[in-house]
Design a protein around this ligand. Structure first.
Ligand SMILES: Nc1ncnc2c1ncn2[C@@H]1O[C@H](COP(=O)(O)OP(=O)(O)OP(=O)(O)O)[C@@H](O)[C@H]1O
Ligand SMILES: [Mg+2]
Length: 272
């Protein structure tokens, strides 16, 4: 089976001469279709850089990144990739529904490319955007402008917009970091719901250990200077992962394990 995301010996440097810094050093990562994978690690360890390389927004200096065996740019052109940035980036002059459906209305020829890459014989049934909006708790807000929404609602609209394209691979860079704990947990529920329905592959960046354990099949721990992967931990907990999970000792055992690995990662540098 081909990987949904495949990184091989990816190196990314910024700057030149004396001031060169290695944002990613020899990163290997393979993600099977449909998996939920989180990246966690200290600030500056290259999580966003890695995500941008998978999104085709940056090129590695060496090594390669593939999405279903094609380059990220080809995957983007075929609408295989969705990106939820840290800030929702909705267009202020469009209401929620128009924002969410915008990607569906541009570049329709991508559908054929997508089927060729994924080897799909038939056209996928379109996602019902209104059902997604309802599921995300935005049913009453479809005709509101972004400025009339709370931060959490805007972020939900951005998530629905990403899912509406039915991307095969969804990249999310700390999408919930600006939200309070309760909103965050409820958005995690909604994300898991949508993920479960649409079987999307997710690569998710977070600083929250609890969030990584709750959401993921696999947690990838990174260390800085140079940015690299130091651990890959499979989370063997049953799904659905609802609030009862927090009472389970196994959940906390995973949290402790990842905290320990992150602690090690803080102290891992070239100089060490
Ligand atoms: N465009 C750029 N030009 C120069 N340096 C950059 C650029 N983008 C990232 N870097 C550097 O690369 C390193 C990794 O940055 P990156 O944004 O990937 O880290 P991160 O793990 O996402 O951090 P955070 O958790 O703070 O978001 C950092 O040292 C950063 O300063
Ligand atoms: Mg970042």
């Amino acid at each position: 089976m081909t990987s949904a995301v495949h990184l091989r010996s990816v190196v990314k440097r910024y700057g030149t001469g004396e001031s060169v810094m290695t944002a990613l050093s020899g990163v290997d990562l393979s993600i099977r279709p449909g998996r939920f994978v989180s990246l966690i690690g200290p600030s500056g360890c290259g999580k966003s850089t890695l995500l941008r390389i998978v999104a085709g927004l940056e090129q590695p200096d060496s090594g390669e990144a593939l999405v279903h065996d094609v380059t990220p740019r080809q995957a983007c052109a075929a609408k295989l990739l969705g990106l939820v940035p840290q800030t929702p980036a909705l267009l202020p002059w469009l209401d929620v529904r128009a924002n969410v459906t915008l990607p569906l209305r541009v570049n329709r020829s991508s559908d054929r490319r997508r089927r060729r890459i994924l080897d799909e014989r038939e056209e996928l049934p379109p996602v019902d955007v209104d059902v997604l909006l309802e599921k995300a708790g935005l049913g009453d807000a479809v005709h509101k402008l972004p400025a009339q929404l709370s931060g959490g609602m805007q972020q939900r609209a951005a998530i629905v917009r990403a899912f509406a394209l039915r991307p095969d691979v969804l990249l999310m860079d700390e999408p919930f970091s600006a939200l309070d704990e309760f909103t965050r947990e409820s958005l995690q529920d909604q994300l898991l719901d949508l993920w479960d329905d649409l079987k999307t592959t997710v690569l998710f960046v977070t600083h929250s250990i609890a969030e990584a354990v709750r959401l993921s099949d696999t947690v990838v721990v990174m260390a800085p200077r140079p940015g690299r992967i130091v651990d890959v931990i499979d989370i063997d907990l049953p799904r659905p992962r609802n609030a009862r999970l927090f009472e389970e000792s196994r959940f906390h055992a995973y949290e402790d394990l990842i905290r320990e690995r992150l602690h090690d990662a803080w102290h891992l540098t070239d100089a060490a």
